[in-house]
Design a protein around this ligand. Structure first.
Ligand SMILES: CC(C)(COP(=O)(O)OP(=O)(O)OC[C@H]1O[C@@H](n2cnc3c(N)ncnc32)[C@H](O)[C@@H]1OP(=O)(O)O)[C@@H](O)C(=O)NCCC(=O)NCCSC(=O)C[C@H](O)C(=O)O
Ligand SMILES: [Mg+2]
Length: 289
């Protein structure tokens, strides 16, 4: 397994249309870990250029504080892609998010284009995986470049491509989600769950956040400010998890040198200690925000 870089909280990652100036303004006040200023599906064709200008101006403004700021460009092969990519690279966001990436060759092409456009070193590539072909090549995609740091699930496109339905529990999508999770963990890449479309269904949203965390996602992409709080709480270790992690580490230290100890009657080996350390470093990173 590739070494994972230092943990940065990406519990809540909110999309907003680059054309929606009110949303761009509101985002400055929201407790999100990251923002995706969208130029793709949320923006009508006649608003694409204005959205591009707004998104690049937002990045240059420096007004978004600790929030990671990214721009989602239109996909490879669209009439807007090259101009979007060049403008985003020049603005220098934390990442350029590219939809519908389907191969390692595309990742290398995108990285070369970012470099040719003079993107600063800190501007990473986030690849959206949202088609069957991407699911089947996800490990190669994730491993194709060190500049690619995050995989983002596109569950609306995936459902469309599969001819699947959006149902509670997401059974039709689980194979694709699982393949991408395997690829992310095998390559040390961060992975974000897809969006939940019904902004009024708080219960359904909470259930899907919990499922995403249990599956192993690092965070979830969102479409509405009303989804942020639940998402942040779900993707942070709970007090009980933090207490348990501390207890495991204490039990391990007391058993100094033993290959196995018990905590609350359960077997603890070094792999459980690593999980406990990860829980605590996640907790500390979130507390430090
Ligand atoms: C879904 C929405 C269209 C709903 O909009 P609206 O009905 O206007 O929401 P509200 O009236 O409840 O809004 C209340 C206030 O919050 C602000 N707001 C709303 N949404 C956002 C947002 N995303 N970011 C920031 N601020 C937001 C409103 O401006 C109101 O502010 P105020 O008046 O000052 O109180 C809308 O939420 C929306 O457009 N969401 C984002 C849609 C989007 O970006 N979609 C693209 C990504 S999803 C996707 O495609 C993933 C993937 O590719 C896949 O395939 O799955
Ligand atoms: Mg999509």
């Amino acid at each position: 397994m590739t070494a994972t870089t230092a943990y940065r909280p990406r519990r809540s990652v909110l999309y907003m249309p680059g054309s929606n100036e009110r949303a761009l303004e509101k985002a400055k006040t929201l407790p999100v870990d990251a923002l995706i200023l969208d130029l793709e599906d949320a923006v009508a064709p006649d608003a694409k250029e204005q959205a591009r200008e707004n998104a690049c101006a937002a990045v240059r403004s420096g007004d978004y504080g600790r929030r990671e700021l990214t721009i989602r460009v239109n996909g490879i092969g669209t009439q807007w892609h090259e101009d979007d990519l060049a403008a985003a690279a020049a603005a220098g966001p934390d990442a350029v998010v590219v939809p519908k990436v389907s191969s390692a060759a595309e990742v290398r092409q995108l990285v070369a284009a970012l470099e040719a456009a003079g993107a600063p070193e800190h501007t990473k590539l986030w690849a959206m995986v949202e088609t069957p072909v991407a699911m089947l090549h996800c490990e190669e995609i994730a491993a194709a470049s060190e500049r690619l740091t995050v995989l983002v699930m596109g569950t609306n496109d995936l459902a469309k491509e599969l001819h699947a339905e959006h149902v509670p529990g997401r059974a039709p999508l689980l194979t694709g989600l699982g393949l991408c999770l395997l690829a992310a963990r095998a390559t040390g890449t961060v992975i974000l769950d897809g969006v939940f479309n019904d902004v009024k269904d708080a219960e359904g949203f909470a259930a899907e956040c919990l499922q995403g965390r249990q599956l192993g996602f690092d965070g979830k992409t969102l479409i509405h400010p009303g989804q942020v709080e639940t998402c942040n709480a779900t993707f942070a270790p709970s007090e009980a998890q933090v207490e348990e992690a501390r207890g495991i580490l204490a039990a391990w230290e007391q058993g100094a040198g033993a290959g196995v100890v018990t905590y609350n009657g359960r077997m603890i080996e070094n792999l459980h200690v690593e999980t406990a350390q990860r829980v605590l470093s996640t907790h500390e990173a979130i507390a430090g925000l």
